[in-house]
Design a protein around this ligand. Structure first.
Ligand code: SAM
Length: 269
């Protein structure tokens, strides 16, 4: 499925600029009918990740937030017309050189620069599985990825047009200031059953905090997550309507390939 986005007066296919673990392009057709009635509203994604939903729904106005400052730096730079001036090739020596330079910028508190955005784009495309992982010192430590070929974008201008009326922010979801009419779609890291703390740093307490933050919003509110019993119970108790969907992939730790069950919880739609 190729997401289509309405850009200015014409419709164009715009792929998310990053590879993002947990990307939800497959969910776009399920959200489109819900969004249709509200499409004059501002779309707010408190945990926007790889932007699959925003690019799929193509709102005129949006507030897109993520705790990961590197994604948001890249989106802001794309909005203002980023161009790649660093060398980009699928080559391990270049990858590790760029990774080292990116880490220098982080250490020097220059991770919000144009150069850091270019490097982040390159590292995301070229690194292992599109992972975004940092060690305890905050250094990016994803190894070189194995691919047949990699296509690096040469023209970022479609993003400039698509993002022109979108606002980007970085921080935790609960620092966002919502307007009552906002259409809010939240897609947190998956709940991992029986676990209080997760490697993504988004544990059960955060899931509960997010649910309680979402239920305070008087406008249309959507949440997707893994359909664990405790997530279903949490959102049911808060008065959300629950719908189940089959995610199109999933290799569990035991290696079976059954589709994961996803929950779509909605309120005021
Ligand atoms: C499942 S991903 C979202 C994927 C996105 N819907 C897409 O289609 O690409 C979850 C995102 O939550 C972000 N995140 C984790 N904790 C957060 C927090 N406290 N506040 C805001 N974002 C957070 C992560 O950086 C990650 O990008």
């Amino acid at each position: 499925m190729v997401a289509t986005a309405h850009v200015g007066s014409h419709t164009a296919a715009i792929r998310p600029p990053l590879k993002w673990v947990g990307g939800k392009r497959w969910l776009v057709p399920h959200l489109q009918p819900l969004w249709a009635r509200f499409r004059d509203r501002r779309l707010v994604e408190p945990l926007c990740g790889g932007l699959a939903i925003a690019l799929g729904l193509s709102p005129d106005r949006a507030l897109l937030n993520d705790i990961n400052p590197h994604t948001i730096n890249l989106y802001r730079r794309l909005k203002s017309g980023l161009q790649l001036t660093i060398p980009v090739r699928y080559e391990s020596e270049l990858y590790y050189r760029h990774r080292q330079r990116f880490n220098q910028l982080i250490a020097a508190d220059e991770a919000r620069s144009d150069e850091a955005a270019q490097l982040f784009y390159y590292l995301n495309r070229t690194g292992y599985n599109g992972l975004c992982r940092f060690n305890s010192k905050g250094q990016y430590n994803v190894p070189f990825g194995r691919y047949k070929t990699i296509n690096y974008a040469t023209d970022f201008s479609p993003y400039r047009a698509a993002f022109s009326r979108w606002e980007f922010s970085t921080g935790s979801f609960d620092a966002l200031v919502l307007e009552p009419r906002d259409f809010v779609y939240a897609d947190p890291p998956y709940d991992v059953e029986f676990t209080q703390y997760t490697k993504e740093g988004f544990g059960w307490d955060d899931q509960v905090r997010l649910a309680k933050w979402l239920v305070r919003h008087p406008g249309p509110t959507l949440l997707s997550n893994q359909a664990t019993p405790r997530i279903v119970e949490l959102y049911t108790e808060l008065g959300f309507t629950i719908q189940y969907l089959d995610a199109p992939r999933r290799i569990s730790c035991t290696g079976d390939r059954r589709p994961a069950r996803e929950v779509l919880a909605t309120r005021n739609v």
